[in-house]
Design a protein around this ligand. Structure first.
Ligand code: UDX
Ligand code: UDX
Length: 431
């Protein structure tokens, strides 16, 4: 099929590439001409495992192309996906101006029936607004349908998530659009769930909020483990073995960050409020998450006494492992907090440093994970990169002034560290 994706960021680019990989002909549109030029030249502006090779392959096979022209995109694609940002506003509500602008632009160049699909995470009832906007701005009575098809990909494993989804949600108010969407997803061999437009939109916010709730829940349980000397890893294993609970997203640590959970949670709280329901449960989820950083710093102070004039090496800047994305990263907040307290910080991340240098130039970076350990009074593990687990920790110890490690992601195995005579303060005590 001929498909178009408007917005070639983390979501749009990976989605478009995976559609091409299964055989569709995809046009990726972006209003950032520099980005389009880069993509046309084979330069991928984001790091996502497996993505670069797939982009190259599908460009070569002429199944994937890039343009800055929305007109070209709408002409080329029988289905047009909207994957532009939906950032938070200061009051927590969602800024839908990009979605609205794209809807208007599509309407203005619409000449034949198109299915217009919302991929971006949007508040319930946005699809209705998109349809209203298109009706208002279309040049003639061209027929179209609006569909909600939320994306559940996780950065760092986006290609795998997209190629093997747990489910595909199609929210539509008409059979014609559903038939088209089923054809789009036919090659994926995944269960397709058809709902009305509003329900599909809600599935996304409700799912992300629930996952965030799981993380805050385990972080709260971790506090109890810490106070009682129980082992949070074992508690999470024991809970997760129950199929009704599941082990995933029960990893205690510094809490969630990134461009989705924090914004989706505050959006869902706000949406509920607007609909007359006070979602206090989610407010508590946010509060617990915000507390994690303070609790971690408290832990550091309790061991190091003062942070002022201490040299602290930081491993990790990205909001999670396997990505270069530093948006709303707790690791960035930690670096800033430690610097505010007068510590000298040096940080390293396998993929996140380029973006960090651009957006947070005050955070000093080093090019090698061992360099962060040089003469350090302590090391902080702020991102769950598997690479950090595989470092030569004996060498790290020999480089440090005092062998203190604060593992904010429960990534390292405390017993192994203790065998190396590294004094590890994991996020939660494992007896
Ligand atoms: C975005 C939204 O933030 C998220 O809510 C939604 O679920 C999916 O899309 P992401 O892909 O991570 O997430 O955003 P980003 O990497 O910033 O990519 C968005 C792209 O859209 C950028 O390349 C930007 O240049 C482009 N864009 C933005 C347009 O093409 N047109 C616009 O009007 C605005
Ligand atoms: C999330 C959702 O998982 C995905 O379905 C949705 O489409 C977009 O938002 P993403 O934000 O890319 O994906 O990554 P995710 O793996 O969910 O991690 C989010 C944050 O939670 C990270 O900061 C991570 O470190 C943290 N996290 C995750 C934990 O602290 N503990 C866990 O057990 C899992």
């Amino acid at each position: 099929m001929k498909l178009t994706i408007v917005g070639s960021g983390y979501v749009g680019l990976v989605t478009g590439t995976c559609f091409a990989e299964v055989g569709h002909h995809v046009t990726c549109v972006d209003n950032d001409e520099k980005k389009v030029k880069q993509l046309q030249d084979g330069i991928i502006p984001i790091y996502e495992p497996g993505l670069e090779a797939l982009v190259r392959k599908n460009v070569q096979l002429e199944r994937l192309k890039f343009t800055a022209s929305i007109e070209e995109g709408v002409r080329n694609g029988e289905v047009v996906f909207i994957a532009v940002p939906t950032p938070p506003q200061p009051d927590g509500s969602v800024d839908l101006s990009y979605v609205e602008k794209v809807a208007r632009s599509i309407a203005e160049v619409l000449t034949d029936y198109r299915v217009i699909v919302d991929k971006s995470t949007v508040p319930v009832k946005t699809g209705e607004k998109v349809a209203e906007t298109i009706r208002r701005y279309r040049k003639n009575e061209v027929d179209f349908d609006v569909v909600s098809n939320p994306e559940f990909l996780r950065e760092g494993s986006a290609v795998a998530d997209l190629m093997n989804p747990d489910r595909i949600v199609i929210g539509a108010n008409g059979d014609r659009a559903v038939a088209v969407m089923k054809e789009v997803y036919e090659p994926f061999n995944a269960p397709i769930m058809v709902t009305d437009l509003n329900s599909a939109e809600l599935i996304k916010h409700a799912s992300n909020s629930f996952l965030a709730l799981k993380i805050s829940y385990i972080n709260a349980v971790a506090a109890i483990c810490e106070a009682s000397g129980a082992d949070i890893g074992k508690v999470a294993d024991g809970m997760g073995a129950d199929k009704r609970i599941g082990r995933e997203f029960l990893h205690a640590g510094l809490g969630y960050g990134g461009s989705c959970f924090p914004k989706d949670l505050s959006a869902f709280i706000r949406i509920s409020e607007d609909l007359g329901y006070e979602f206090n449960l989610l407010k508590e989820v946010e509060r617990i998450n915000a507390d994690q950083l303070e609790r971690f710093l408290k832990k550091m102070r309790s061991v190091m006494w003062v942070l002022r004039e201490k040299k602290i090496g930081q491993l990790g800047l990205a909001f999670k492992g396997n990505t270069d994305d530093i948006r709303s990263s707790v690791a960035i907040s930690i670096a800033h907090k430690m610097m505010e307290e007068g510590a000298t910080v040096r940080a390293y991340d396998p993929k996140g440093m380029e973006k960090c240098a651009v957006h947070y130039p005050k955070i000093p970076l080093v090019q090698d994970p061992y360099e962060v350990a040089q003469d350090a009074d302590a090391l902080v593990v702020a991102t769950e990169w598997k690479d950090f687990k595989e470092l030569d920790w004996l060498r790290i110890k020999s480089l440090m002034r005092t062998p203190l490690v604060f593992d904010g992601r429960n990534l390292l195995v405390p017993d192994e560290m203790k065998n190396l005579a590294l004094n590890i303060t994991a996020w939660v005590v494992r007896p």
